[in-house]
Design a protein around this ligand. Structure first.
Ligand SMILES: [Zn+2]
Ligand SMILES: [Zn+2]
Length: 329
């Protein structure tokens, strides 16, 4: 079978490898759709602090074609999607119920969705494998990124009627926008490139073409979705006193930021981080997708065959397109 492998930054190849066979507890899926992701693009450009080089891609959906001993959650032929990680359920964070912060989250990570087949680890197959039940493969593949966004909204706990500013018009910013609109929030999306904001207008957001540092308006909730240090430092300026700032997009390992202390203390602004997802977030994402209120298909720039995965990443690296659907031949 064909499998995309990232060997080093910007060294992506399509290799011929054996079709995986499941060990006890594992599941092998024939991939029908995989999605490119901002995290994968960052890894492509500079590597990833927690993830190894090798089989590439982590968002996908497909059909179960083989199951290892002891698997009862799914049967051969089931259309499924999965989360690329699952909590160990034994570490101190898991025992506190903070499953997204599991110390062993990446032990059994499933990578390699840009391939014809992918093998799901026993932990993922046991905890984070879901039948599509009415979703198509493309919608199913959105479950993971959407679950991360829904986790952030559980951390945020916005009040009805809150105004929301989203800084950054990438896929994650757009998923935040869709969730905010579904909850009836008034949303302003702020980004530098006007062409990136066209869809935001169609989805019912106000838009501002601007550097966040040049914006003088303030909002109840500010969501940082650019992963740029300067925008992290600016985000609290856009927040009303008593409001909340959510740092959604991570920065590079070891990077530090400088924040205005007066604003935080006297303005009682709350700074929040959110990371990854829990099982509950995954289930909520699947339910949200099934309800059809989030037009996630609109975030797909184009559908490309697996054979073009290298040129797709070269295009993403040049800033062309937002999210591609990759379909094996
Ligand atoms: Zn992702
Ligand atoms: Zn754990």
């Amino acid at each position: 079978m064909l499998q995309a492998q990232l060997l080093a930054p910007r060294e992506l190849v399509l290799a011929e490898v054996p079709i995986p066979e499941p060990q006890a507890g594992e599941v092998v899926v024939r991939v029908r759709v995989a999605l490119t992701c901002g995290t994968d693009l960052k890894t492509y450009r500079r590597g990833h602090a927690k993830l190894p080089f090798g089989p590439f891609g982590h968002e996908g959906a497909g059909d179960v074609v083989a199951i290892g001993e002891g698997v009862s959650r799914v049967a051969i032929g089931d259309p499924v999607t999965w989360m690329p990680t699952a909590p160990c359920e034994a570490c101190d964070m898991c025992l506190r119920g903070r499953y997204n912060l599991c110390r062993n989250l990446f032990d059994s990570v499933v990578l390699g969705t840009y391939a014809e087949y992918v093998r799901l680890s026993a932990r993922v197959a046991r905890v984070h494998l879901f039948r599509l039940e009415g979703l198509d493969y493309l919608q199913g593949a959105f479950a993971e990124p959407l679950a991360c966004v829904l986790h952030a909204w559980r951390v945020l706990e916005p009040l009805p009627g809150n105004t929301v500013a989203i800084l950054g018009a990438g896929v994650m910013g757009y998923l935040h926008l869709m969730e905010a609109r579904a909850r009836g929030c008034e949303v302003t999306m702020i980004a530098r490139r006007a062409e990136r904001l066209r869809l935001a207008q169609e989805l019912g957001a106000r838009t501002l073409v601007a550097e966040p540092s040049a914006v003088s308006e303030q909002y109840d909730v500010v969501i940082e979705a650019t992963g740029a240090r300067i925008v992290w430092e600016t985000a609290p300026n856009l927040c009303l006193p008593g409001g909340k700032v959510l740092f959604y997009s991570g920065l590079a390992k070891g990077e530090t930021v400088c924040l205005n202390a007066e604003q935080l203390h006297y303005g009682e602004r709350t700074l929040l981080g959110s990371f990854h997802l829990t099982t509950q977030d995954a289930l909520n994402a699947l339910e949200r997708l099934r309800s059809g209120v989030l037009p996630v298909e609109r975030l797909v720039s184009a559908t490309r065959p697996l054979s073009e995965i290298v040129s797709v990443y070269e295009a993403l690296d040049r800033g062309e397109g937002m999210k591609y659907a990759i379909v094996p031949g």
